[in-house]
Design a protein around this ligand. Sequence first.
Ligand SMILES: Nc1ncnc2c1ncn2[C@@H]1O[C@H](COP(=O)(O)OP(=O)(O)OP(=O)(O)O)[C@@H](O)[C@H]1O
Length: 559
Amino acid sequence: MTPPPSQRPHLQSLPSQKIGSAVQGVAALLWLPQAALLAWAVDGLASGRGMAAVGWPALGILLLGLLRSACEAWGARRVFAQARAHLTSLRAHAATALAAGSPSDRTRAPSGLAASVMAEQAEAVVPYLVRYQPARWRVMVVPLAIAAVVASLSWVAALVLLVAAPLIPVFMAIIGMRALAASKAQMVEMGSMNAFLLDRLRGLATLRALGAVDATAERLDASAQSLRQRTMAVLRIAFLSSAVLELFSALGVAMVAAYVGFHLLGTLDFGTWGEQLSLGQGLFILLLAPAFFEPLRDLAAVWHDRAAGEAALNGLKQLGHHGLALPGGHVVSGETVHANGAPSLSVRDLHFSHPGESPLFEGFELRIAAGEHVALLGASGSGKTALLSLMAGLLPMTRGEIEIGGVALSDRTAAALRQRIGWMGQKPHVFAGSAEANVALGRRGIGATEVQAAIRFARLASVAQAHPGAALGEGGSGLSGGEAVRLALARIAVHAGADLLLVDEPTAHLDTETAARVADALLALAHGKTLIVATHDPVLAARIGRVVDLDAATMEQAA
Ligand SMILES: Nc1ncnc2c1ncn2[C@@H]1O[C@H](COP(=O)(O)OP(=O)(O)OP(=O)(O)O)[C@@H](O)[C@H]1O
């Protein structure tokens, strides 16, 4: 499911920074009157008018200088504020797009890569907008204005500037293409290294137990070397582009200076509109020549920002691409659903397959009465988890209909229906934080009293007390397997509005006694609610009223 055009993030659109950039451009143009005043003062001094010729121009230069600084500062502040606001909205779009993907989508961006793109790489967008965009604006305005003023005094000097200038963009464009490719490659490398590192850190216990730490370190080293090489490639290109520009601008300024010098000496007495240039006019042209190249030099200095910024924008855009959408993931305000006692559930003509895999369900049917308890049985891989995810609106069905309490599960109702679902996945994620925070999960309307009651219900009190105020380790380290399952039970127990419980293998890997206790707690919790449990545990299945065998159901579909 792709988001409708109106909700698609406008990643490439840039904020209207025109005013800020224009004011910075005006600041650059103020050098024209400043240079004119300076040349006028020197001309006055040379023609013997003494210090009287310097007073007014000096005051003018000072005032213009102050105005120029004020324009620069105001423009830069404005552009910066807009760039930060734009980055914030880009990040929000990327986060929304990420959240609109199904959590069971295997093709989602790896967590480390997503974190690297959103937190670190996205920062490259700010220099791009703050420095590159205004520099580009100045390049389009300032050199033309200066060339026009110089041309009004000497067409030869203007011609020299105009011949030197186009060579710069041509070379920059050639280098720019390489820079963009190098920057993209560097960002991809950085993202995959972050993803690799995060993944291996999570699995460190397994790597250590199986003696695979050295091999992983070698791979990480190879990755770091490759990132270093890519970073150096980007830097090389950045240096090359500056060198090309410095060369051409130095040549341009030198040629103008040589022409003006020889013209004033009378050796080259052509290139003006009739009269010889005065000392003041010659000096004015000389002062303007470096300023003609300055915006181009600024652009070259920030050329790398463009490559990095565009690569970052691209990376943010890529985060939104997913193979499986979360039903209702991009619907801003869906419908509300009124619960009226435990819901019935009906699945009609369900079709589903994971992308690129053979179909798991083709015309699957199931009816569950309100308040009924059902065990889903089936061989490993028969699709029990997929069916629960489809019912919870965590996976999009290809075809068919799922109705919960008479409300059809759709993009508009998925979020509201999920509100009445208590979900306990096969591998509940334990966040680094206290047991209490892990139970409440920051959900609205869940206070400390409810959390304590849920903790007592799930017999987690000893765990919570054993670590008063202390954090559980990342990924559940510090909890036994049974405790992690009880924590997951507490999470649904605390959610009083959940009257459809979808539970995936709650007793897997537990000893008989712990499994029996977990089953007791689950059945107590499910009293008066609709319960669907996927399980391989015959003891648990026997305690639940009805058993649905997915293998048999799939055989029926096939028949
Ligand atoms: N995120 C996914 N992307 C693609 N294929 C998947 C994904 N998750 C599971 N599968 C595949 O879909 C099939 C059904 O998996 P599912 O987890 O639903 O089975 P299950 O009956 O719950 O298995 P188990 O009893 O082992 O938990 C399997 O072949 C599995 O490899």
